[in-house]
Design a protein around this ligand. Structure first.
Ligand SMILES: Nc1ncnc2c1ncn2[C@@H]1O[C@H](COP(=O)(O)OP(=O)(O)OP(=O)(O)O)[C@@H](O)[C@H]1O
Ligand SMILES: [Mg+2]
Length: 233
């Protein structure tokens, strides 16, 4: 792989068992450090694309064909154990409804530490320091009191920041954000958008930003891919 080759280059066709042709030869390229917006009407296959890039669609019984070349390697040819090493470390995801992405029974600190340990070996102190740094980088308190809270003790905006902290713990090269602000009020939405812009700059992290909201896409993204139905042609 040369330094000029894209971070991600995908060409994908996806058929669900009872719904063939959801994506037809869809092509998408993302450069290192780039924020690409993806817009398209409801049902056009945006979340399908996000899950296909992460190699999570096969778990839903979908047939995925084509290639997803990420950092020079085709993920469609990787084993699940190799994919687990990439997901959450080099390619992370933030989903639409923050509070369903967190375990309601576990403290925030416990969940962040588990996410760190999934891809790193280190002492308890190193783990604690990494978790507190991630919380600070998403403008959340890094106090012991905050780490001990459970998801039900957070606002929806705080919950979404915790999810983003979890997604960036290992400084992934690519963050896929699938409608990450749609459950939030407009003020919190704009704060989260500024947060994505700042993380993109500070971590040089590419972002695939999926949204219905053309204004937020125009504000955040360096480049926009149009409706999936036209992309599919
Ligand atoms: N597991 C599944 N089995 C069969 N069809 C599915 C499955 N998941 C999604 N679909 C269908 O695939 C199409 C694309 O769905 P997808 O969720 O990717 O759309 P989307 O663009 O993310 O929509 P939204 O903007 O509403 O989130 C839809 O027609 C949907 O009904
Ligand atoms: Mg969707």
């Amino acid at each position: 792989m040369t330094s000029e080759s894209p971070l991600l280059s995908a060409r994908l066709s996806v058929d669900y068992r009872n719904k063939p042709g959801v994506l037809k030869n869809l092509c998408l390229e993302i450069q290192r450090g780039e924020i690409v917006g993806l817009v398209g009407e409801s049902g056009s296959g945006k979340s399908t694309l996000a899950l296909a890039l992460l190699q999570l669609l096969q778990l839903k019984g979908a047939k995925v064909q084509g290639e997803v070349v990420f950092q020079g390697e085709n993920l469609l040819q990787k084993k699940e154990s190799q994919l687990r090493d990439i997901r959450g470390r080099q390619m992370s995801v933030v989903l639409q409804s923050p509070l369903t992405s967190l375990n309601p029974a576990l403290r925030i600190g416990t969940q962040l530490k588990e996410a760190w340990r999934a891809h790193a070996n280190g002492t308890g102190d190193q783990c604690h320091a990494a978790v507190r740094a991630a919380l600070r980088s998403v403008s959340l308190p890094d106090s012991e009191e905050f780490l001990k809270r459970r998801p039900s003790q957070l606002s929806v905006g705080q919950g979404q920041r915790v999810i983003i902290a979890m997604a960036i713990l290992h400084r992934p090269a690519l963050l896929i954000a699938d409608e990450p602000t749609s459950a939030l009020d407009t003020i919190t939405q704009s704060e989260i958008l500024s947060l994505f812009a700042r993380l993109n700059r500070e971590l040089d992290m590419a972002i695939l930003y999926i949204s219905h909201d053309l204004l937020s896409v125009a504000a955040l993204c360096h480049r926009v891919k149009g409706g999936l139905s036209t992309l599919n042609e």
